[in-house]
Structure formats: C-alpha cells, structure tokens
Write a protein that binds this ligand. Structure first.
Ligand code: FAD
Length: 502
C-alpha cells in the first residue's frame, strides 16, 4: 500500500484528495491523508446562504467558462443542474472617475476592444488613446517581429510594458491597471505579462496585433458563451461534493503541517493540532502533495532546498470582501446602474471629505485606508440573478492592494460600515442592509512578478530532485478555480501512478 499526504485543503488540495479517493475506489493500492489547518475545507472558496435566499460568495464568485475543468468536475459530482452562466445581457463594467462611474466600452476583452463604435464613442478615454487603439492593427508586423525576436520573447516584461507597447500609457492606466487590480490586487508594473495574460501573449506571437488576433478568433466563433460560470447553491458545493466522496478517515481537519522530512525512501510529515493538545509523532508517507499558500510552502521546503523559497512568488496581496444584501423593499429606492460592477483606478484615489465616526464606527485612518483600498464592487444580483431574491440587490466590495493590511485588523462591523460608506460615494447613500458580512483573506493572491514563468521552470527541475514531492495551488501556474482543479487532480493522478508502478 502506498501512502500519500496532502498538505492544505483549499480547492487544489481537495481536488487532489478527491482524485485519490476515486483511484482508491477503483482498487489502486493507495492510502492518503489530507491535512488542513482550518476546521473546514475549501480555503478561499466559501459560500454563505442566508435564510432570506441570498447566496453570498465570500471568495471567488465564478470561474471563466472557457476553461472546462471546474465545469467537468461539477458534472461529475452530479451538479449539472446547478450550473449557471453569467447574465451577459447585463455585462457592463464601469470605471470610477472621481465619484462618477463611466462605462467601459462594450465588447472589451480585457483591455482589447472588439467593437470600434463603442470605443470611439467612449467618454472613458481621450482621443489620443482612441488613436492608439486605431493604430495598433497597423503595427501588427512590427509587434509580431518584436514578440518573435529571440532576445525579446525569451524574456518577460511587465503587464504595464506589454499594454503600453500595444495601446499606450493611458489605456494601461485607465483600463488595464484597474482590471488587473480587481483580479490580482496587484500592480501591473510588477505583474508578469507571460504569467498573467498567457492568452494575449500567445495572440501577439501569432498575429502581432491583439485587436486583429481577437477579431480572427471571434470570427472563428470561439467566444460566444457567457464569460463566467457559477453554481446556483454556491461554489462551495464543489468542495462539499468532493468532500462527501473522500473517506472521513483520510481527512485531518484542524491539523497544520509543521515540517516535512526525508525518512528512508519516503517522507515524514509532522502535523500539530491547531486546537492544541499533544503533538503526535510524525507519520510516514511515500509521497507528498503540498497545496498550501506560497509562504507556507517556502517554509516547508526551506530545510529540503532553500532555493525553492526564492523561486516562489515573494509577495502575495491580501483581500477583504464585504457583501451587502438589500431586501426588495429596501432596494426599491436604490439606483444601481445596469451592469456587473465597477473598478476603482488607484492612480488618484477619490477625494472627498473623510467620513468620521457616523453611527459610532470608523475612524479617520480606517476611512482613508478604505478609500485607498477599494478596488472593485460587483453587482452580484445582476451578474448572477440566482444570488439574490427577486428585486433584491447584492453588492460585493473588494478591498485589496497596498492599503489593505491596515484594514485587516478592523472588526467586521467597522469593515461593513466602511464598505457601505465607500460604495455610497459611487452609488448614492445606501440603506441599512438586511444582510452584511466581511471576510479577510490575508496574503491570498500570489503576485506573479516579471520572470515568474522562468522561475517556475527552475522550480520544476528542483522539485523533481525531491522524490515523490509535488507542489500544487495558486502560487504556480494560475490562480483561477478551473486551473487549480485541473492541476490538483493531474498531480495526484501522476503521483499515485508513479508510486504504484515503482
Ligand atoms: C477575494 C478573492 C476573489 C477571488 N475570485 C475568484 C473568482 O471569481 N474566480 C476564480 O477562478 N478565482 C478567484 N480567486 C482566486 C481563487 O479563489 C484562489 O486562487 C483559490 O481559491 C486558491 O486555492 P488554493 O487551494 O490554491 O489555496 P487556498 O484556498 O488558499 O487553500 C490553501 C489551504 O492550505 C491551508 N494551509 C495553510 N498552511 C497549512 C499547513 N501548514 N498545514 C495544513 N494546511 C495549511 C489553508 O488553511 C488553506 O485552507 C479569488 C481569490 C480571492 C482572494
């Protein structure tokens, strides 16, 4: 019998455990234990369903439809009837200019336009930026030559530089920067173009012009489906669906792994109970899948190969999510624009008076931090109507970036107050919500800095020298749910197969 340890029970670790449970059931001679420090599985994936029918996602709210693995998993788990596509008839995103919300041009794919008329009529960008868009296809040859030139394309560049080469500074600052901050909580001057936007980098290598490349792809009918997919009862159903198929004896919730040591031909894993109590002796395993956030993985690998820690993302951004649900009678007086939500560019945080201590909450420092840290708001009842009862409004504020650490210490009531006050600057004064919750996700989004893919290639070589150890999770090749399901399952399958064959 071969024994495998999985360290970390976010979606990557649970997907790996689910895959091993399937192998076990199919008769493969394997045993496994999933160690999760928290008392629940799922990590950042968490859904709260309220008594009054709000489905509130505390972490991810959906996945990108184009990538099949989360959908395939949902179907495998019997959740096909739960699959729900985003309501793309309402797909409009606004960008905050001061306290005004200006619509992003229709038909944008990230920062690449697919409809000329809406770009040329957009009040969001100046005529110089429109001219830059119009010119980009004319430079297709030069852009392609640059991408294919060994000395350029062998390396990497920041997302900022990539966007500026195509569309100039204004598009980078006004469109690309807030879009990426709203997803990664990171700065486009730091983020790696190759790691974060592989599809656009590939499009450049093939077509030079991103606009022409996308037009051809759309002409080939590749992107007509709604852009996001979710589950009616919430994304946590993916976790609970997998969890119910994993034998309870294989789940060690509330156990944090402190170290992994070589022992004989295998590994000794030391875990301690987070609730305290006696320290159990280490357990022996033939293989280990490490599915923790980057900082924990770096700590676990330090005694085995200290270079591994240097290759992992050195920074992760923290996020705070505050959801505010307004029942239909409260929502009647609200004037929320039609759309999926808005982004707040960080280049010039909105001015305006500081909100002090109204209703007994908030202080000046908290207000200022909240203003700097608000990166985005999603109108969830419009993006996914199943998430709120008929006529109700469900807003989700996303705080991130460098100002967020000072907010992490604030209690829930203060965060909810700050979110309501900040969103009110853009949406008009908000009534008292009928439901509100706050979640803090410290160091949850690893920043793939320039050179990330080269570091990942070196990481693969070094990890391969440690027999039957694998790294999975959002620190490596994608932070999205489909990628994590796929990489978790693939790594588990391959590790089990190589152990069984040995
Ligand atoms: C606010 C927010 C919104 C997002 N929205 C989306 C979205 O809409 N769509 C999308 O596709 N992606 C989204 N993402 C990204 C996605 O949710 C994450 O990348 C993904 O959930 C991470 O999964 P993971 O398994 O790699 O890590 P995690 O979920 O971080 O899980 C790691 C687990 O390891 C455990 N752990 C840590 N140390 C130890 C230890 N020593 N021993 C045992 N266990 C340990 C932790 O407790 C945790 O449960 C979002 C992320 C955030 C923060």
């Amino acid at each position: 019998m071969k024994r495998i340890a999985i360290v970390g029970g976010g979606i990557a670790g649970v997907s790996a455990a689910y895959e091993l449970a399937l192998r076990q059931r199919a008769g493969e001679p394997i045993e496994f234990v999933l160690f999760e420090a928290a008392s629940r599985l799922g990590g950042i994936v968490e859904t709260v369903r309220s008594d009054d029918d709000f489905v509130i996602e505390c972490g991810p709210d959906s996945w990108v439809t184009e990538k099949p693995w989360a959908r395939d998993l949902a179907i495998e788990l019997g959740l096909e009837s739960e699959l729900v596509l985003s309501n793309d008839s309402r797909r409009k995103t606004y960008v905050a200019e001061g306290h005004t919300l200006i619509a992003m041009p229709e038909g944008m794919r990230m920062m690449v336009p697919t409809q000329w008329a809406s770009v040329l009529n957009s009040p969001l960008i100046s005529w110089q930026a429109k001219l830059a868009y119009l010119r980009e296809p004319k430079f297709a040859g030069q852009l392609k030559a640059w991408a294919l030139d060994g000395s350029n394309s062998a390396g990497d560049e920041s997302m900022h530089d990539f966007v500026v080469r195509h569309f100039g500074d204004e598009v980078a600052d006004t469109i690309a920067a807030p879009l990426m901050a709203g997803v990664f909580g990171g700065d486009i001057a730091t983020l790696s173009a190759r790691a974060v936007l592989p599809a656009l980098v590939a499009l450049e290598r093939e077509h030079g012009s991103l606009i022409l490349g996308l037009q051809q792809r759309m002409g080939a009918g590749k992107s007509s489906a709604p852009i996001f997919t979710s589950l009616k009862s919430g994304l946590e159903a993916l976790i609970t669906g997998m969890e119910s198929r994993i034998p309870e004896r294989s789940l060690q919730r509330g156990f944090a792994v402190e170290s992994i040591e070589r022992s004989g031909g295998g590994w000794q894993v030391h875990a301690t109970s987070v609730a305290g109590g006696p320290h159990p002796a280490g357990e022996s395993f033939d293989g280990v899948l490490v599915a923790t956030p980057a900082a924990t993985a770096a700590k676990l690998f330090e005694p085995l190969d200290s270079r591994i820690g240097e290759l992992l993302p050195q920074q992760s951004s923290s996020a705070i999510v505050v959801a505010l649900g307004f029942a239909a009678d409260q929502a009647q007086a609200m004037r929320i624009p039609r759309g999926f939500g808005f982004l707040v560019p960080q280049r010039n945080p909105p001015a305006g008076e500081v909100l002090l201590g109204e209703e007994g909450f908030g202080d000046e420092a908290g207000d200022v931090a909240a203003r700097r840290a608000l990166l985005a708001c999603t109108f969830l009842d419009q993006k996914f109507p199943h998430a709120a009862p008929e006529g109700a409004v469900l807003l989700r504020a996303f705080f991130g970036g460098p100002a967020v650490p000072s907010l992490l210490q604030q209690d829930d009531a203060t965060l909810i107050y700050l979110a309501r006050a900040e969103l009110g600057r853009f949406l008009g004064k908000l009534p008292e919500p009928s439901i509100a919750l706050a979640r803090r996700w410290p160091n949850s989004l690893p920043l793939y800095a320039v050179g990330h893919m080269e570091r990942m290639a070196e990481l693969d070589v070094r990890v391969a020298r440690l027999p039957n150890l694998r790294l999975i999770g959002n620190a490596y090749r994608g932070v999205g749910l489909p990628d994590l399901v796929h990489s978790g399952r693939t790594a588990a399958r391959e590790l089990a197969a190589s152990l069984v064959a040995a």
